[in-house]
Design a protein around this ligand. Structure first.
Ligand code: S6P
Ligand code: ZN
Length: 206
């Protein structure tokens, strides 16, 4: 608990950089090693430049359950092969914590899934809110043509982040461009977490 006074700040468009923030994260292509399905395209792009994929302007709050961390995420436009620029994606370390996103600018997809393999994708467009329930991993994908995807987010300050699960197998669905439009395809690297481990344990019942 803190005794901080209330505060307000502007998020002006089109830039979307909040007038107040505590921390600025920049994530580049090298941070998404292994996440893009077209490894050849990834390597070729990285050889040219470690491209800036997205930025987060954080208003950090102390990790107290009643407090709310928030900020603005900006995913830049582009593709690796035919797969759009996207965030790493994560579960919250405290799995039972939700998050709300409000799209201010651009076109996007919020790709979500649970530890037991349920998945969902919600479209993002200016004025649209997406609610990410407790237990749902989430990744933002910019499917716009040449425009930043700018979103305000709010989540419990004690939620933390678990990146490891997504790093190891990715999300179940990938967002790629097909005939000039975004489309969902299965991620070949993804596997049922429980089924695989039970098969390895010698279940052998198909
Ligand atoms: C935090 C919230 C966002 C993301 C941001 C970057 O819980 O979901 O601030 O951190 O969109 O994504 P990532 O997966 O690199 O943290
Ligand atoms: Zn989150």
């Amino acid at each position: 608990m803190t005794d901080d006074p209330p505060f307000g700040f502007d998020v002006r468009l089109p830039g979307g950089i909040p007038a107040r923030y505590d921390n600025h994260i920049q994530r580049r292509l090298s941070a998404l090693r292994g996440q893009y399905s077209d490894q050849q395209a990834y390597d070729a792009m990285l050889a040219l430049e470690d491209t800036l994929l997205y930025e987060v302007y954080e208003i950090r709050r102390p990790p107290h359950g009643g407090d709310l961390s928030h900020g603005v995420s900006i995913v830049h436009p582009g593709k690796v092969g035919d797969e759009y620029f996207m965030t790493k994606g994560h579960y919250h370390a405290v799995l039972d914590t939700a998050e709300v996103y409000y799209c201010l600018r651009g076109m996007g997809m919020m790709v979500m899934e649970t530890p037991v393999g349920d998945w969902a994708v919600e479209e993002m467009a200016p004025g649209r809110v997406v609610f990410v329930p407790p237990r749902w991993a989430h990744r933002s994908v910019n499917v716009g043509r040449g425009e930043d995807l700018v979103m305000l987010y709010v989540y419990p300050a004690d939620a933390g982040h678990d990146y490891g699960t997504i790093e190891s197998r990715g999300f179940r669905k990938l967002v790629v461009e097909r005939d000039g439009k975004p489309a969902l395809i299965d991620n070949p690297r993804w596997a049922w977490p429980d089924r695989r481990s039970s098969q390895q344990a010698g279940g052998g019942q198909g």
